[in-house]
Design a protein around this ligand. Structure first.
Ligand SMILES: *[C@@H]1O[C@H](CO)[C@@H](O)[C@H](O)[C@H]1NC(C)=O
Ligand SMILES: *[C@@H]1O[C@H](CO)[C@@H](O)[C@H](O)[C@H]1NC(C)=O
Ligand SMILES: *[C@@H]1O[C@H](CO)[C@@H](O)[C@H](O)[C@H]1NC(C)=O
Ligand SMILES: *[C@@H]1O[C@H](CO)[C@@H](O)[C@H](O)[C@H]1NC(C)=O
Length: 284
């Protein structure tokens, strides 16, 4: 019942991929950290105001089993299960060419986000995991939007942030059942060409938190697709990582795409994740 009324609500509030400009304090300052993952690269940023790439040597700290949908960990699921669960999420950039048909499905979109908002952050497992790649990454209380914005403001070096969310129509697509989509066009998202930050709501040990992270040399694209059935055009968001030499060879992206460290890998962003980008105007 709850699910049905949710769907109706989304039907009534259908919006195309939205981006909202959010003013953040002119002098960005990080709020008190709920928790910082891995080594203290991000803490150094907080102290100096200079965003630096965290260097993490430990590659095997991540365990996982969460629903982040974008694993940079070396979780070892069988390939068959991965293919089913992550069907159509990972891509090479060439897949986003017009007229290309992509099979999608699985649980990487439309996750169930029921969780406690008031957990002790130090005890939330996802907030303790080390990242398997060099990145800025940080846990936030789900409801603490200001801290996320301040973090984005610091990393993007701007006080004018744009929140980019996937097209809400994605909620109406038949995930996790397999279905096909056809690419109409692919456009760079303005302001998201220089390391956009992706924020994932994650339920970890019953706790609902946001994990926001960004990898160096990353760009975001709007991939406009035609869906089967009567939903028509949906604007999906894809993130492409151009610097993957430091990813482990067993990274799920490489295994699913038959690629290797150094190759460009892309993935769709499931609802209800969002990006923080610089608020730059989209070229017509
Ligand atoms: C994944 O599992 C296989 C078979 O159990 C094993 O041979 C392989 O070393 C594992 N890979 C990782 C990265 O743990
Ligand atoms: C989401 O998960 C919670 C807790 O596991 C469960 O009680 C609830 O029924 C789930 N909601 C949906 C729509 O699946
Ligand atoms: C941040 O932005 C300011 C003003 O736009 C610019 O002067 C400065 O060089 C930038 N800093 C970095 C580290 O890019
Ligand atoms: C998706 O398209 C392929 C051919 O491109 C087809 O084999 C497959 O059955 C289609 N899948 C669905 C769920 O329609």
């Amino acid at each position: 019942m709850q699910f049905i009324s949710l769907r109706i609500t989304f039907l009534l509030t259908l919006i195309v991929q939205s981006s909202i400009s959010v003013p953040v304090p002119a002098k960005p300052k990080l709020g008190k950290a709920d928790h910082v993952l891995g080594e203290n690269g991000d803490l150094q940023s907080a102290n100096t105001g200079i965003a630096r790439w965290a260097v993490r040597s430990k590659l095997d700290g991540a365990s996982s089993g969460n629903n982040m949908g974008h694993q940079h960990s070396n979780q070892n699921l069988t390939t068959g299960v991965e293919r089913e669960q992550l069907l159509g999420m990972y891509h090479v950039f060439e897949d986003f060419a017009p007229h290309n048909t992509i099979s999608v499905g699985g649980y990487w979109s439309n996750v169930n986000m029921t969780g406690n908002l008031y957990c002790e952050m130090e005890k939330v497992p996802i907030c303790q995991e080390l990242s398997a790649v060099n990145e800025h990454r940080r846990c936030f209380r789900y409801q603490n939007e200001n801290e996320r914005l301040n973090y984005g403001s610091l990393l993007l070096n701007t006080s004018d942030i744009k929140i980019v969310t996937p097209d809400r129509k994605m909620y109406l697509l038949p995930f996790p059942h397999p279905f096909n989509i056809t690419v109409v066009k692919t456009t760079p998202i303005a302001g998201c060409q220089n390391n956009p930050i992706t924020c994932h709501p994650i339920v970890s040990n019953g706790c609902l938190v946001y994990v926001c992270h960004v990898l160096q040399n990353t760009k975001a694209f709007q991939v406009t697709v035609n869906t089967e059935g009567n939903l028509g055009i949906v604007d999906m968001i894809a993130i492409c990582h151009y610097e993957t030499a430091q990813f482990i060879p067993a990274h799920v992206a490489f295994r699913l795409l038959n690629k290797a460290p150094g190759d460009v890998v892309c993935h769709f962003v499931g609802v209800p994740n969002h990006l923080m980008c610089k608020n730059e105007k989209q070229q017509p």
